[in-house]
Each structure stands twice: as structure tokens, then as C-alpha cells.
Design a protein around this ligand. Structure first.
Ligand code: IMP
Length: 178
């Protein structure tokens, strides 16, 4: 079972200290760019939950927190199938500055879908913050406004990212060697 005594399969890619430092930097940059404006932070469940928790504290100032749940079927470490919305926003985002917070952009299909879905709800603005960017596997172009780290085409786990729902609680990002 993943997550139990399989540490030999993991190699650290981004350690905890580097993660925390980069998230603080992103938070400061975002707050600087928005000034005193309220920001509606929309976390994409479940993978973004740790990144979002740290990022909203690093952003500081007036912030609302909302969540969107999307789920893709996975076969091993490759995602298959269509995005299913499992949890929609509970409030209107009309007239708000929104920041969509994602753990990783891989093919780009999830972000493209969610951006289309949110834009028609008339936010004043909508930007994307993604902890990780895996550009080598892109299928559609996505404009990511804030990227934590660009990584090679490896399957990674930790700090919210999972394999079969395990490893999310690692405080660092590791490559999973199947
Ligand atoms: P995209 O739609 O292909 O860009 O995929 C985005 C989603 O796929 C992410 O939110 C993750 O849930 C999942 N994903 C893509 N690459 C990885 C990875 O290396 N580790 C864990 N999940 C991943």
C-alpha cells in the first residue's frame, strides 16, 4: 500500500525549507500586486490544501477562502478521464478579484476547464497560482500568473499531492519511483 514503509520509492525534490521560503515569497509578491484589495482565494481540492493554507497566511490582508473540488480518475500515476466537479463554490464571485490556487499544472486541462467555468461568473479578475508547473506534458496553453517551482516530467507527491490519496502529509515534495 502506498504510504506505508515505501520510503525507498521516494526521493526528495524540494525540501521543506525551500518550499516554505518560496511560498512566503509568492505571498508577499501577490499582496504587493493587489495592494489593499480583498482577494478571493479559491483552492482546488484536495491537492492544494497545504499550499493554500500557507499561501493565504503569506499573502495576509483581506482574503476570502473558497474551495472547488474536482476529481480526475487515475490509473497508476497517469490521470485519465474527465474532470468531475465534486464541490462547487458556495458563494458568488461576481465583482471579486479571484486567485485560483492549484497544486500542480500538468496537461493544463484542469486549469483550462476551471478558468472557463469561473470566468462566466463575472469576477473582476481571475489569476492562477500553482505551486508546481510540469510544462513538458502540456496539452493546452495555460497562463499561470504565479508559479512556485517548475519541475521535470516526474510523478511527485507530498505537501498536498497524492498517490492514491497517500503522501499528502509529507512536508516536502518527493519524486515517486514506481
Ligand atoms: P492537469 O489537468 O493534467 O494539469 O492535472 C492537474 C491535476 O493532476 C493536479 O491537480 C493533480 O491532482 C494531478 N497531477 C498531475 N501531476 C501530478 C503529480 O506529479 N503528482 C500528483 N498529482 C498530479
Amino acid at each position: 500500500m502506498p504510504g506505508s514503509n515505501e520510503n525507498a520509492r521516494l526521493s526528495t525534490l524540494i525540501d521543506e525549507e525551500s518550499l516554505q521560503a518560496r511560498v512566503r515569497e509568492l505571498g508577499a509578491q501577490i499582496r504587493e500586486e493587489y495592494g489593499d484589495e480583498p482577494i478571493t482565494c479559491i483552492g482546488v481540492l484536495k491537492g492544494s490544501f497545504l499550499f493554500m493554507a500557507d499561501l493565504v497566511r503569506a499573502i495576509g490582508g483581506p482574503v476570502r477562502c473558497e474551495f472547488l473540488g474536482g476529481s480526475r480518475n487515475h490509473r497508476g500515476t497517469r490521470s485519465t478521464g474527465i474532470l468531475r466537479i465534486t464541490h462547487d463554490l458556495k458563494k458568488s464571485i461576481e465583482g471579486q478579484n479571484c486567485l485560483l490556487i492549484e497544486d500542480i499544472v500538468d496537461t493544463g486541462l484542469t486549469m483550462e476547464y476551471l478558468m472557463r467555468m469561473l470566468k462566466v461568473r463575472n469576477p473582476t479578475s481571475i489569476k492562477i497560482a500553482s505551486l508546481l508547473d510540469k510544462p513538458s506534458n502540456r496539452k493546452v496553453e495555460v497562463d499561470i500568473d504565479y508559479v512556485g517551482f517548475t519541475i521535470p516530467d516526474e510523478f511527485v507527491v507530498g505537501y498536498g499531492l497524492d498517490l492514491q490519496d497517500f503522501y499528502r502529509n509529507l512536508p516536502y515534495i518527493a519524486v515517486y519511483h514506481p
